[in-house]
Write a protein that binds this ligand. Structure first.
Ligand SMILES: NC(=O)c1ccc[n+]([C@@H]2O[C@H](COP(=O)([O-])OP(=O)(O)OC[C@H]3O[C@@H](n4cnc5c(N)ncnc54)[C@H](O)[C@@H]3O)[C@@H](O)[C@H]2O)c1
Length: 419
C-alpha cells in the first residue's frame, strides 16, 4: 500500500491533537515527517509523540516553505492564515488538507481556486460533517426518494453555552477582526450541508443576529475580571471554574479531552494544570469582560436555485450541543438529532422508522460523528486517484453563502443575491 508523507503546519487542537493522532495511528497509509508551528513547546511535544526528527520541525513558516517536505500538507493554522499558507503549499506541489473556514474574503477564494487549478493537486477542505455517517445516511435517504421531493430544510446549530463561552467569548474565535464571523467560523459546516442536501446553488440569503449577552453592560457590579477572584465563581454557569474544573471532574477527569486540552499543554491533564490555566490565561476571564464581538445568536434564511428553501439558527444559548436538522419532503419527513443520536424517518401514513446514529458510527472514530476519521481516509483515497468526495469549488460555495449571510446581517437583514 502506498504510504503518504504528511507535513503539518499549525500543531494545535486540530493539526496534531486531532489529525496528527489519527494519521499517526493509520501508519500503513500515512507517515508524519515534518511539523511547523510558531510555538516551540508544541513542536517539542508532538515531534516527540510522533517520533519526528527535530531537524524536520520549523518555528518559521518561511524556513518551512523553502522546500517541499512531504506529499500532503495539513493546514491547521488559524482562520486568517489559511489561504496564504495554502497557496504557498500548492505552489510547492503539496496536496492539501485545509481546515475550514477557507476565508471570509472573496478575492482570496478566487486566488485559491486559481492556485489549485494551476497545481493540479487535491485540496480537501475540512467540512468533516459531510463525511460523518449520520449526515451521509440522511443524504442516502433523500436520494433514495424516501420522503419524495425535498421541499425545505430547517436546521438548528446548538453551539452549547460552554462552547460559546470557550471559543467565541474567551477563545480563538471571539474577535471577528482577527478571525472570521461566527456564521463562517462555526456555521460553514451547516451551510455546506444545506447546499449538499439541496443539490443546488443558493440563490438568495438574508440574516439577522447580534451579540446580545456577553458584553460589559451585563457584568454584575461586583464581578471581577478573572473568575478566580469573583464572588460568583460557584454560581455563574459561565464561570471558568465551573466550565474547566468542575466540568473536568464531572466528566471523570479525562486525561486529554477538548476543551480542557486547549487551555493547558499538560498531557495528561491534571487539576493543578487546569487551575493554573484559569488563573493565568485568557480562558479564566469573566465572559462579560472580554475583547469579543462574535455574535451569540443568528438566524439565516435561504432559497436555492432549484426552489428548495432552508433556515438555519445558530444558537449559543443551549444546554445541549449538536445539530438538529429537519427535512420536509412531499411524502415524508426526516429528523436528525445529534444530541439524541437518532434519525427519525416519518413516511406519511406509515409507521415511524428510528435509526440510531450510534449504530452508524464506529466508536473508535467518534469525533465529529466519525467525520474526522472519515475525512483523512477519504483524503488518502483522493490522493491515490479515487474520486474526492468534495471539491474545492463545492466548499467555496458554502463560503459564498456565509459571506452573503454576514453582509445581510450587517445591513439589518437585507436579502442578498449569493452570485
Ligand atoms: N473542521 C472543524 O470542525 C474544525 C473544528 C475546530 C477548529 N477548526 C479550524 O481549525 C483551525 C485550527 O484551530 P485549532 O482549534 O487547532 O487552533 P489552535 O490554536 O489549537 O492551533 C493553531 C496552531 O497554529 C499555530 N500557528 C499560528 N500561526 C502560525 C504560523 N504562521 N505558522 C505556524 N503555526 C502557526 C499556533 O501556534 C497553534 O499551535 C482553525 O482555522 C479552526 O477554525 C476546524
Amino acid at each position: 500500500m502506498e504510504k503518504l508523507k504528511v507535513a503539518i503546519i499549525g500543531c494545535g487542537s486540530r493539526g496534531c491533537e486531532t489529525y496528527g493522532r489519527l494519521v499517526y495511528d493509520l501508519h500503513d497509509k500515512f507517515e508524519i515527517v515534518a511539523l511547523c508551528d510558531i510555538r516551540q513547546d508544541r513542536l517539542d511535544k508532538y515531534s516527540s509523540e510522533f517520533k519526528i526528527d527535530k531537524k524536520n520541525t520549523f518555528l518559521d513558516e518561511d524556513e518551512f516553505f523553502k522546500e517541499k517536505r512531504a506529499d500532503v500538507l495539513f493546514i491547521c493554522v488559524l482562520d486568517k492564515d489559511h489561504v496564504r499558507v495554502a497557496i504557498k503549499g500548492l505552489n510547492l506541489g503539496y496536496h492539501l488538507l485545509l481546515e475550514k473556514p477557507i476565508t471570509a474574503d472573496l478575492d482570496e477564494c478566487k486566488a485559491l481556486l486559481d492556485a489549485k487549478k494551476k497545481s493540479g493537486k487535491e485540496v480537501i477542505v475540512c467540512h468533516v460533517l459531510r463525511y460523518a455517517n449520520a449526515f451521509v445516511k440522511v443524504n442516502e435517504l433523500i436520494e433514495a426518494g424516501v420522503i419524495g421531493k425535498l421541499v425545505s430544510i430547517q436546521a438548528l446549530e446548538q453551539v452549547g453555552w460552554f462552547h460559546q463561552a470557550h471559543s467565541f467569548v474567551r477563545g480563538n474565535w471571539r474577535d471577528t477582526k482577527e478571525t472570521t464571523p461566527m456564521i463562517m467560523a462555526k456555521c460553514c459546516h451547516d451551510l455546506d450541508l444545506l447546499q449538499f442536501y439541496a443539490k443546488s446553488r443558493c440563490k438568495t440569503i438574508s440574516s439577522i443576529g447580534d451579540l446580545r449577552f456577553f458584553k460589559k453592560e451585563n457584568m454584575p457590579f461586583d464581578a471581577t475580571h478573572m473568575c478566580v477572584d469573583c464572588p460568583h465563581i460557584d454560581k455563574c454557569p459561565y464561570s471558568a471554574k465551573i466550565i474547566y474544573l468542575d466540568g473536568w471532574l464531572s466528566r471523570g477527569k479525562p486525561g486529554n479531552q477538548w476543551p480542557f486540552n486547549v487551555i493547558t499543554e499538560a498531557n495528561p491533564l491534571t487539576y493543578e494544570a487546569l487551575s493554573d490555566a484559569i488563573k493565568n490565561t485568557k480562558y479564566g476571564r469573566c465572559v462579560f469582560d472580554c475583547d469579543n464581538d462574535a455574535v451569540d445568536s443568528q438566524i439565516v434564511m435561504m432559497e436555492f436555485e432549484n426552489g428548495i428553501t432552508a433556515s438555519l439558527t445558530m444558537m449559543g444559548f443551549t444546554g445541549c450541543v449538536g445539530r438538529i436538522m429537519k427535512f420536509y419532503g412531499t411524502i415524508g419527513e426526516i429528523d436528525l438529532d445529534e444530541e439524541k443520536s437518532v434519525i427519525e424517518v416519518k413516511r406519511f401514513a406509515l409507521p415511524k422508522e428510528i435509526i440510531k446514529i450510534d449504530d452508524l458510527v464506529n466508536p473508535d472514530s467518534m469525533a465529529h460523528g466519525g467525520g474526522d476519521y472519515m475525512i483523512v481516509q477519504s483524503l488518502y483515497d483522493a490522493i491515490i486517484g479515487k474520486n474526492a468526495k468534495t471539491t474545492l469549488e463545492q466548499s467555496i460555495e458554502s463560503h459564498l453563502m456565509a459571506i452573503a449571510a454576514e453582509s445581510s446581517r450587517l445591513s439589518g437583514g437585507k436579502m442578498i443575491k449569493v452570485h
